[in-house]
Design a protein around this ligand. Structure first.
Ligand SMILES: [Zn+2]
Length: 424
């Protein structure tokens, strides 16, 4: 029997299906397999993919509903929407002064002393009404979508008290309600110790564990919990205490790990069977091997090194060669990575981490979907998944990193519908 379809996308010069026979993260040599189909076609019905493959084959498989929509991709690249699995999109203001200070070489400690750093974003969020925070965040979310992200994880972590963490999480929930894209909420109350607890960090951790996490879990405001485990932020035992408390209440664990120093945070992720360990700029070679033997996904954030600016990048090439499951995300935030462009992240990952364009694309779509627990919904163009896809202004997918600094996305489809700015 033929499959009914109400959306047909034809004339895809390169269709990147990312199809995979088994539902598991892509590792090693498999990472670079994009499931590329020349002259491909996608068919969808009620927002779900019913066929994706060579045009001749798809045409045979489907019966087109009268009144359905046909789209001519114009002989260009068509691929799954990006899954941006690590962002801090809900913030109040950019931190432009700080950017100039960093370029001029002022050390972070001095910038923090001058009122910059995470503490600046915390005071900005605390001082902004929920309504205004939602309005500025919607504008930024539109930027993410127009750059091709159709699934976006967003963390709290600029409130750092019960009231303002909940405010951020409610804004994230509202963004999900207002926008057709998929938003995945993460509680990151342990992003930093707020200034008022500088002399009593234990009391802040008690607040996170005993008050914030129970409320967040009870109100269903987050699916994940994330802790910034780093020298001068939260220690490994502190992170472990917070994550275990959250996991007990049904949240899934993630970590900002080994970014500025190798404190053993990635090993903690392995020990806790966390979903991901993110950053990993300073990970040791022996930890890479342990990560490869685990289910933990290494989320690499090339925009952060680029934006700091730093010449140190996570050892992505070594990770892939050793069999670590990697994903790429933007870390969109007002400090180190104020960019919502996943194609730019792919470009930096290719130039500075020596990933191939195909590997970087798979890490930014297929593998990233596992990080946010949406691997059966998004990340590839396979039968049954959401029809979230991009039509690019490119004839070859390698143009994504090669022509860095441009937005290659011509059209964004979310759940089978053409997205426009007015939707979000
Ligand atoms: Zn982050």
């Amino acid at each position: 029997m033929k499959q009914e379809a109400d959306l047909l996308v034809s004339n895809c010069r390169q269709l990147l299906t990312l199809q995979n026979p088994s539902v598991s993260t892509r590792r090693g040599r498999l990472l670079g397999d994009l499931g590329l189909v020349q002259d491909g076609m996608i068919a969808a019905y009620h927002g779900r993919i019913v066929a994706a493959g060579p045009e001749s084959k798809v045409t045979e498989q489907i019966s087109f509903t009268p009144g359905g929509i046909t789209v001519d991709a114009g002989h260009s690249v068509v691929m799954p929407g990006f899954v941006d699995c690590h962002t801090h999109t809900v913030f109040a203001n950019y931190r432009l002064d700080e950017y100039e200070w960093r370029i001029a070489g002022r050390p972070y400690a001095e910038i923090a002393k001058a009122g910059g750093g995470i503490a600046k974003s915390v005071s900005d969020v605390r001082g902004m009404s929920e309504k205004t925070l939602l309005a500025v965040s919607r504008k930024r979310l539109n930027g993410c979508i127009s750059n091709g992200s159709t699934t976006i994880e967003i963390k709290s972590g600029y409130g750092l008290d019960l009231e303002n963490e909940l405010k951020q999480l409610r804004v994230i929930r509202e963004l999900d309600r207002l926008s057709p894209v998929t938003i995945v909420p993460t509680f990151c109350g342990a992003h930093s110790v707020p200034p008022e607890y500088a002399q009593d960090r234990e009391a802040y951790i008690d607040l996170v564990v005993n008050e914030m996490i129970p409320v967040v879990a009870k109100e269903g405001l987050a699916e994940y919990v994330d802790v910034f485990c780093e020298t001068g932020v939260f220690t490994v035992p502190e992170a472990e205490r917070i994550l275990r408390a959250a996991v007990e209440l049904g949240l899934k664990a993630r970590l900002h790990a080994d970014e500025l120093s190798d404190v053993g945070a990635a090993d903690l992720a392995v020990r806790l069977t966390a979903i991901s360990a993110d950053h990993l700029t300073k990970i040791s070679p022996s930890t890479v091997v342990r990560l490869a033997d685990s289910s933990v996904i290494a989320v690499l954030l090339p925009g952060t090194s680029f934006g700091l600016p730093s010449l140190q990048f996570a050892p992505a090439r070594e990770m892939v060669n050793k069999g670590v499951a990697i994903a790429i995300a933007s870390d969109f935030n007002p400090g180190s990575s104020p960019s919502e462009s996943m194609s730019m992240m792919i470009a930096i990952a290719c130039s500075h981490m020596r990933l191939s364009p195909a590997e970087a694309i798979a890490a930014a779509t297929y593998n990233a979907a596992f990080v946010v627990g949406r691997e059966r919904e998004v990340g590839s163009l396979e039968v049954g998944k959401r029809a979230d896809f991009l039509i690019l202004d490119c004839e070859d997918y390698r143009e994504i990193p090669y022509r860095f600094g441009i937005n290659p996305v011509r059209q964004v489809f979310v759940g089978g519908r053409l997205w426009s700015r007015e939707d979000a």
